[in-house]
Design a protein. Structure first.
Length: 287
């Protein structure tokens, strides 16, 4: 029996609005040597009914008896995934058709690379592109610690969400790396750092995934917790990276600026969605 090269994991909770599109974006991949694990975190909506009706032999459905939190559910993904390469796909995001193929090619070619990521399309609730997020203008291999220093110094995720990343499972299992559930907002950054302290990263300049931003995305109340998250992140890694004096102050300032812009962006997204719903309601009454 052919060994499955990639474990794609979709952790989900009350994801009925977008889960089917996310699942089908995996099933339509040009690269077919994968298994798809869907890990439901005790949803109370129709998420399980929706995924149960998608018939494909590559799908495995796992149900948590209780909600264990977002990052603990991602850790369950890591425990379930046994393939050499692992991709965690957020339940409202999408993969482009060649995503797995292109990322597998990189990990096959460069054994010292622990994670591969790329440009992503930021889309709204209807899947319409808002803008494209790029970190480099061309395919680039980056020394892991250089990328880590940049993230810690700026308090920014210069890699992106789990959807954009594929990781080498042997690096994670050998060092027993896990998401830290103490984080509210920066758990992704912390996990990427753990991997990159022991490996290199590789950036693909082409868009391979879509990150969906909508009214149910991160709220301002969650974003406010970014400051204690950053303090925890900086104190954890500053000594290992020999950060310069004043780096914490500068990082906090940059986190604040990022917080303001992201809050404005989320407000605009929510306002736009509300305007569309009001417009639909008015049109229905006119009919």
């Amino acid at each position: 029996m052919k060994k499955l090269r990639v474990s794609v994991c979709i952790p989900c909770y009350n994801a009925e609005r977008f889960i089917e599109k996310s699942v089908r974006s995996v099933l339509c991949q040009s690269y077919t040597n994968f298994v798809l694990h869907i890990i439901d975190n005790a949803s109370t909506d129709n998420t399980l009914d929706i995924v149960s009706h998608i018939k494909d032999s590559r799908i495995r459905i796992h149900k948590n008896t209780r909600n264990i939190g977002m990052f603990n559910n991602m850790n369950r993904c890591l425990s379930i995934a046994t393939s050499p390469y692992v991709k965690i796909l957020c339940a409202d995001d999408l993969l482009q058709a060649d995503c797995l193929k292109k990322q597998v090619e990189v990990l096959n070619r460069y054994p010292e690379v622990g994670l591969v990521y790329g440009a992503s399309a930021i889309v709204n609730a209807n899947g319409k592109p808002v803008f494209t997020r790029r970190f480099f203008s061309r395919d680039t291999r980056i020394a892991g610690k250089d990328l880590v220093r940049r993230m810690v110094a700026h308090g920014r995720n210069f890699i992106g969400e789990p959807t954009t990343v594929m990781i080498r499972n042997s690096f994670v299992r050998k060092r027993k790396l896990r998401y830290n559930p103490q984080y509210v907002h920066m758990g992704d950054i912390d996990f990427w750092i753990q991997i990159l302290l022991n490996s290199d990263g590789y950036y693909l300049a082409r868009v391979l995934s879509s990150f969906r931003v909508h009214s149910a995305s991160s709220t301002v109340s969650v974003l406010r917790k970014i400051f204690p998250d950053y303090q925890r992140l900086f104190s954890t890694y500053k000594n290992r990276l020999e950060m310069p004096r004043g780096a914490a102050w500068l990082g906090t300032l940059l986190v604040g600026v990022f917080f303001v812009f992201k809050s404005i962006f989320l407000f605009v997204v929510k306002w736009t969605e509300n305007e569309k719903e009001i417009d639909k309601s008015v049109r229905r009454r006119d009919v």
